[in-house]
Write a protein that binds this ligand. Structure first.
Ligand code: ZN
Length: 124
């Protein structure tokens, strides 16, 4: 069975193949976020899996990199630290390399989700 699941993080609905039930954890195939299924009727509703911020962003970027077959450069830990700091200050994982703390800059940012890494050879 196929389900369209709206992702709270990247605000895109992704297709999930297989059964879903409340409490199940699924991974957004667009941004790598881990989501917990809350409801399945009448539509599937999922929320960000509760975990500590550092675990959440580390798992998200690692999953995202695996999905896209990207590798990390030597700045990985520095960027993760910046992301955790931004989460502490502004309530979400806004890119530490970008000035504006807006939804499209939540890591992985919109440009990265739209394959900018393929053009630039690295994320912003
Ligand atoms: Zn997502």
């Amino acid at each position: 069975m196929k389900h369209s699941i709206p992702c709270e993080v990247c605000r895109v609905s992704f297709l999930y193949r297989g059964e879903v039930e409340p409490g199940q954890v699924v991974v957004c195939s667009v941004c790598g976020a881990e989501l917990e299924i809350k409801e399945t009727e009448p539509e599937v509703k999922a929320v960000r899996l509760m975990q500590d911020p550092e675990t959440e962003i580390r798992r998200r970027v690692e999953t995202f990199a695996n999905l896209r077959e990207y590798t990390f450069n030597e700045d990985k830990e520095l960027v993760l630290e910046g992301l955790v700091d931004k989460h502490k200050m502004y309530g979400d994982f806004y890119c530490p390399c970008r000035f504006e703390n807006i939804a499209e800059n939540v890591c992985p940012c919109l440009a990265t989700r739209m394959n900018e890494v393929r053009k630039l050879g690295h994320c912003y």
